[in-house]
Design a binder for this molecule. Sequence first.
Ligand code: SF4
Length: 615
Amino acid sequence: MNNYIEKNILPLVTKPITYLGNEVNAVHKIPNLEMIRFAFAFPDTYEVGMSHLGMKILYGLLNEEKDIWCERVFAPWVDMEEQLRLHDLPLYGLESMMPLNDYDFVGFTLQYEMSFSNILNMLELGKISLRSTRRKEAEPFVIAGGPCAYNPEPLSDFIDIFVIGEAEEVILKIMAAHREWKKTSGNRQDFLKMAATIEGVYVPAFYEVSYDQKSGVITAFSPIIEAAPATIRKQFIEDLDQAYFPDKIVVSYTETVHDRISYEIFRGCGRGCRFCQAGMIYRPTREKTVPTIQTKIKALIESTGYDEVSLSSLSTGDYSEIEALIKNLVCDAEVGKVSISLPSLRIDSLSIEMLEEIQKVRKAGLTLAPEAGTQRMRDVINKGVTEENLMDTVKTAFEKGWGHVKLYFMIGLPGETLADIEGIADLGQKVVDEYYKIDRESRNKSLKVVLSASSFVPKPFTPFQWMGQNTPEEFKNKQRHLKASIKDRKISYSWHDSGVSFLEAVFARGDRRLGLVLEKAHQKGCRFDGWGEYFDLQKWTEAFAEAGIDPEFYALRNRDYDEILPWDFIDTGVTKKFLKTEAEKAEAAVTTPFCPENCSNCGIMEFKKGWKCNG
Ligand code: SF4
């Protein structure tokens, strides 16, 4: 198959190099019958997937095992899909070009609800039965994990095994169970029962859900076999400093979204922004030490040749030894030669000086995320930054010659008024005014202020999980109102398609009845829904109608605090009581302190007996 594809298909598609797994540091092994073949599937393009940190970690981790060969597979772009269908060839793993339905496992990472249709498309292109119930004995086990797995229900018809929480330890336990199972003459069900006993594993086939016939809400969710626990406890790595991270990562021959080393310096965040799912599900905060970070970055620079390193986390400026770390890296003979970038810096922890010190090449623009236009709204979402923080930061930036500032906001937040929308335009104007206060000689010759307003999507395991989303019409009105409120030509404004955000909210807060909708949408050709040129709301609307499902029931409806939520069977450690209290504080625009300042008992320390938060 390899030669046929290389000769007859790749010359006909764009970016053929992304369909050949022979990049620097790609892992090739000599297969044998004992070997577990694992295809790590990223449900979006190569360029997007190759920048995903989780894939790098698990690819390295699994390939450390002598009897496991982990390979990569990405959603083929439309021209490649067309060729595969035309030649009736299966989608394949990049390293060995083995058809997807020949692997023992196909593992999807769930980063974004709009990639769900790509999952079905990749299964079909890989000649794997879409529904778990129809999979034959020899077909791969389809496994999935990642942030969207915190509400696995919409995908429960198609995924055999979900990993809830951080996968590093759980995935190896699943592989160990598979080795044991292969020694028996057991069937698929037997393996799934073995997997269901591993903490952090959810096998949806072993649970049933019942609904109120009139209201449609869930009335019960329960396991149907003894091996399946009633509650799935999220798994997290306690000692992140000693956790596995590869010394080598695959270096692509073609440009990817993040063409650099992305190294995770800590996990979790104690800021408690009420819209942020990551800030809740990745608790508690766990840091790596400066020596560990320095050593690993050196190894990665050596094995990749990259000239830029990004120190990644949810809020890099909150790393407790950030100054010491930066000093060490900048002064290090090897690391000092590369450029260091600090993504996700909060306005109040950002120091332009720090940025200047580390950036060998100054980035064109400065990106800041006030998220809301008024202080009241920032308190509602517990963002913890003030207008003063923002003005201080942009003032320093303009004094140092920066001229391009991008500000991230959300519209459609709970409790939002039109005054809060106007507040976004006002904040943009104040940034412009701050620029003109700077002496003409020292400021940048040109100024560009971009206001980017995404549409709020309520997510599971956040204080806003009970809140309905704005209707697409409400979003459009607010987008129009914001546009009309912007007077200065130095300010440009970008917004998100409310149709996409609506669908995202349906799947974020949906239940397993959405499986039929996904299947119908897939049959209508829906895929790459996260790409504007391919998203087709009309097809989705037809799919909902044919499935007899009302999408507004999931996206727009406020839920009672005592309603059974589709994801309630998962215990993340952050209690429902804490989330409810935070939701009530949001209504009153009352803030909650940053964990290091004061613990607000979210439940993590009870969840993991003996765990001591260091904030
Ligand atoms: S237990 Fe306290 S300090 Fe720890 S994550 Fe929760 S709120 Fe923060």
